[in-house]
Design a protein around this ligand. Structure first.
Ligand code: GLU
Length: 442
């Protein structure tokens, strides 16, 4: 059996690390098992779904390195959903209900007051054809509920192990609204069947939906896929991410210059027994990550941890790997990259550091250091310069002036770079070169 997974976002907002997690976990699973990955837009909520959000999600996945084998939209598949609806109606599994939201609310309150679970009482199942005609003549339109078998539905979850959802303790779910539109459940199951999805990998907030979904797969004669419900990612305060908040979207992280792979590592490896550390690629994670390693508690996405990981990745990144993205930041040689990379957390920060090499630099010289800086300029060694130049130059200055430590190095750094900290001068000096160094010391 070849593995087929799907990532099924609703295009009603921007992706954030929390909803990128199932995308990446699906992708890792597909790669690990040489399977295929379907991007399925769950866009049945036409009021909130937009083409712009769908395109944004595609761009985000592309940035993360996820390349869907196939992309489908539920809005293109309504004929399939309608056919399934009709079949369920014919089989007596989908039945029309006419209660208004207020009436349902009253029923729930009454049940609670009587100490009973607030489960739909299936009153609509008792309606006769005449009852329905009368209700429709009053202008009521039916919504449609799926008649659950009411049993212990068990499945083996790849993350959570044996699971039992008792559909006896649930209201028959509404599959079709008054206006004929579908809620998430029916299109999802129908499409999973039709697309040949073998593994449904999604957040654990869907565990309780799984019981009704399994009954629906069976009612429609489909093969029940294998489920894997992963822990949810929270932000560093332990709050769940919200699509609608729009905070910390992938687009923002990308704009801030974080490495896509660092974000992907954080969004997938966090909350598993694998260490959050640099991996060479998504495939390298896919090789290591088995779903049994996903922990059961929440997983925290901490921006500081992302920054630390991002920095670690950049500090060992080869020039070859970085090259294409460096040109626009004014870094055009391997020497420059190697000299500057230890001082950046995010790649775009290198643009500012590149000016320390190519200028312009506004030297800072305190009054009491003027003489020393002039002496330093005169003592600049002849070219060629290399990484030993800094030491031979400052050794000579130390001998001549008696300065040492901070009193020796800080005035030189301030004059050469205009700032009190930054890349090592040992590596910077040969990149600046004798002429520019002399100018800055003048
Ligand atoms: N569109 C659903 C969601 O975003 C998909 C859930 C699922 O994977 O079945 O929650």
């Amino acid at each position: 059996m070849s593995v087929v997974v799907r990532y099924a976002p609703s295009p009603t907002g921007k992706l954030h690390p929390g909803n990128a997690r199932p995308a990446i976990l699906n992708w890792l699973f597909a790669r690990r098992h040489a399977g295929s990955f379907i991007l399925r837009f769950d866009d049945t909520d036409t009021a909130r779904s937009t083409e712009a959000f769908a395109r944004g999600i595609e761009a985000d996945l592309d940035w993360l390195g996820i390349v869907p084998d196939r992309t489908v939209r539920q809005s293109d598949r309504v004929a399939l959903h309608d056919a399934a609806r009709d079949r369920l109606i014919a089989d007596g599994r989908l039945y029309p209900c006419y209660e208004t939201a207020d009436e349902l609310d009253r029923k729930r309150k009454r049940a609670r007051a009587l100490g009973r679970p607030p489960i739909y009482d299936r009153a609509a199942l008792a309606l006769t054809a005449e009852d329905r005609e009368r209700l429709e003549a009053e202008g009521r339109r039916p919504h449609w509920r799926f008649r659950l078998e009411g049993r212990a539905v068990t499945f083996t979850d790849l993350v959570r192990g044996e699971q039992t959802v008792n559909t006896d303790a649930m209201s028959d779910p509404v599959l079709v609204r008054e206006d004929g539109s579908y809620l998430y459940t029916l299109p999802s199951v129908v499409d999973d069947m039709e697309l040949g999805v073998t593994h449904v990998i999604r957040g654990e907030d869907h565990v309780s939906n799984t019981g009704a979904q399994i009954e629906l797969f069976e009612a429609l004669g489909g093969t029940v896929p294998v489920f894997a419900h992963h822990n949810l990612l929270t932000d560093s305060e332990g709050q769940g991410f919200s699509k609608r908040l729009g905070s910390l979207s992938l687009e923002d992280l990308r704009a801030q210059g974080y490495e896509a792979l660092a974000v992907a590592i954080m969004a997938s490896v966090t909350g598993t027994s694998l260490p959050v550390e640099p991996y060479e690629s998504l495939d390298a994670i896919a090789e290591k990550l088995d779903f049994s390693m996903i922990s059961h508690g929440a997983a925290r996405f901490d921006l500081n941890e992302l920054a630390g990981l991002n920095a670690r990745m950049l500090h060992t990144m080869s020039f070859e790997v970085a090259r294409d993205r460096l040109a626009r930041f004014g870094v055009d040689s391997e020497e420059m990259w190697l000299a500057l990379r230890p001082n950046i957390i995010r790649l775009p920060e290198i643009a500012d550091l590149a000016t320390l090499v190519s200028g312009p630099v506004t030297p800072v010289v305190a009054d009491e250091d003027r003489e020393f800086i002039a002496e330093a300029r005169d003592a600049l060694p002849p070219e060629p310069w290399d990484e030993s130049t800094w030491k031979s130059w400052t050794d000579a200055l130390k001998a001549r002036t008696g300065r040492k430590g901070k009193g020796l190095f800080l005035p030189l750094r301030l004059a050469l770079t205009g700032r009190a900290d930054g890349p090592e001068l040992r590596t910077l000096l040969p990149l600046v070169g004798r002429k520019a160094s002399a100018d800055r010391l003048s």
